[in-house]
Design a protein around this ligand. Structure first.
Ligand SMILES: O=P(O)(O)OC[C@H]1O[C@H](OP(=O)(O)OP(=O)(O)O)[C@H](O)[C@@H]1O
Ligand SMILES: Nc1nc2[nH]cnc2c(=O)[nH]1
Ligand SMILES: [Mg+2]
Length: 185
């Protein structure tokens, strides 16, 4: 599916595919430098982080282990419920490990704030965050983020892993959804 196929659902392309790929390679370069000589576990937060995790992992040169957690706080809406549900836990014991959490977006920050507390209680050697997108104007809880791709405006975005009611995750770019799709103005 491309922008043309989306017809009237898409309001605009916010970040084109090429810019996403360039940025992910840049982030991978920083991570490679910071974790040289270390044993790194990258943890993707399902489902949104699937695309960034897959592309980031392939752009990294340091050896990595990969694991996944599935958490959800948005359900079918465009607002965080604030209640984080763990749908799948890690398979890995992270005690003593260097962990890098990979996310698609920090919006209110509620998901990652909860997740970081949860992961820190398991005594990793270190735990840091890499997020492709962040909405500075929407953050409700301060989060210490080591790697950020793009700071974006406070609009509901879709594509590159991000869904609206489970649709649009497969778009190769980040777009904004036309308000009529989710009942806005
Ligand atoms: O900073 P926050 O306001 O907490 O929002 C960010 C979270 O919301 C989305 O996940 P969602 O709960 O929609 O699940 P999904 O990844 O399966 O789509 C996104 O992937 C982040 O995990
Ligand atoms: N699809 C999507 N999911 C989100 N979860 C938190 N913020 C967003 C957003 O802007 N878009
Ligand atoms: Mg998510």
């Amino acid at each position: 599916m491309d922008a043309a196929d989306m017809g009237q659902d898409l309001s605009s392309v916010l970040i084109p595919e090429e810019d996403l790929q360039t940025k992910i390679k840049e982030l991978a370069g920083k991570i490679d430098a910071d974790y040289a000589g270390k044993d790194l576990l990258i943890v993707g937060v399902l489902k949104g982080a699937v695309m960034v995790m897959a592309d980031l992992a392939r752009a990294l040169h340091v050896p990595v282990h990969m694991d996944w957690m599935a958490v959800s706080s948005y359900g079918a809406g465009t607002k965080s419920s604030g209640v984080v549900r763990v749908l799948k836990d890690l398979d890995t014991d992270i005690a003593g490990r260097h962990v890098l959490v990979v996310e698609d977006i920090i919006d209110s920050g509620l998901t990652l704030s909860w997740l970081m507390n949860n992961l820190k209680s398991r005594n990793p050697a270190s735990v840091e965050i890499c997020t492709l997108l962040r909405k500075p104007d929407a953050v409700k809880v301060p989060i210490d983020v080591r790697y950020v791709g793009f700071d974006i405006p406070n609009e509901f975005v879709i594509g590159f892993g991000l869904d609206y009611d489970e649709r649009y995750r497969n778009l190769p770019f980040i777009g904004t959804l036309a308000p009529h799709v989710y009942g806005g103005e």
